[in-house]
Design a binder for this molecule. Structure first.
Ligand code: DGL
Length: 261
């Protein structure tokens, strides 16, 4: 048993899509959510620069005495997870990568589409995962240009702003016959409504890996015997490198997600 918090990290607000699933699956676990906010978006910055941001962020989470870290950011996972696992060998890390496997194993059309940031799609992690499945399915990729900014600026509900961005990224995947669309960036689930709208009546499944990440976290807590005790009252904290206004926006967004449950 261990009542220390779990650290959850993202470049910004996107990781709240994972935070929501963690909270639901693990109601006794305290969570410290760190949104960099200051250097977001990460997805189109040089790798070395993003590695620096991620290392700094994880150091900050360690100051909160976390017992496990969920990297609720595909981009940060792609550039830094190996480094972090060797640097903090005593802390389990849950990384995120585009859910190629479940899409490849269930595709009927034989074509799947992966939506992610440029960095995630160009990293070794993604390349290696693709190599395991690209003899079974055709794997198409598309960068969600402007998706992260849209969510960060609070425009994810605005059809006028979000829909044209989503159309541009998703329509080419549909035109090529993809029957699975993998959300390979934690900001993208906030645009799911628009993605479904572009899909329309087609038989296409959108895959959000967040619930699977929560299950993996649960498994690791048991494996290391570090679950919070049953009676433990979970606390939810939010931290950022950006300003107080940003902190208020993340907190509001999180509370909204909690109410939707
Ligand atoms: N939410 C992140 C991801 O999962 C990072 C997006 C960004 O900062 O570009 O990739």
């Amino acid at each position: 048993m261990n009542n220390r918090p779990i650290g959850v990290f993202d470049s910004g607000m996107g990781g709240l899509s994972v935070w929501k699933e963690l909270r639901k699956a693990l109601p006794h676990e305290s969570l410290v959510y760190l949104a960099d906010g200051k250097n977001c978006p990460y997805g189109n910055k040089p790798t070395e620069e993003v590695v620096e941001y991620v290392l700094r962020a994880i150091e900050e989470l360690m100051r909160h005495n976390v017992k496990l870290v969920v990297m609720a950011c595909n981009t940060a996972t792609a550039v830094a997870i190996e480094n972090l696992r060797s640097r903090y060998a005593e802390i389990p890390f849950v990384g995120m990568e585009p859910a190629v496997k479940p899409a490849a194993l269930t595709s009927e059309s034989g074509t799947i589409g992966i939506l992610a940031t440029r960095s995630s799609l160009h990293g070794d992690l993604f390349r290696n995962t693709c190599a395991k499945y690209d003899d079974k399915v055709r794997i198409l990729t598309s960068v969600g240009e402007g998706f992260v900014e849209c969510v960060e600026e609070g425009n994810d509900s605005s059809e006028e702003i979000a829909l044209p961005l989503v159309r541009k990224a998703v329509e080419p995947l549909l035109a090529e016959g993809a029957d699975k669309i993998v959300l390979g960036c934690t900001h993208y689930p906030f645009l799911a409504k628009h993605i479904e709208r572009v899909i329309g009546g087609r038989k296409v499944e959108v895959i959000n890996p967040a619930p699977a990440v929560a299950r993996r976290t649960e498994w690791l807590l048991d494996h290391h015997d570090i679950r919070a005790s049953k009676g433990h009252k979970a606390e939810y904290r939010f931290v950022t490198f950006a300003d107080d206004g940003y902190l208020a926006r993340i907190t509001d967004k999180a509370m909204q997600l909690a109410e939707e449950e």
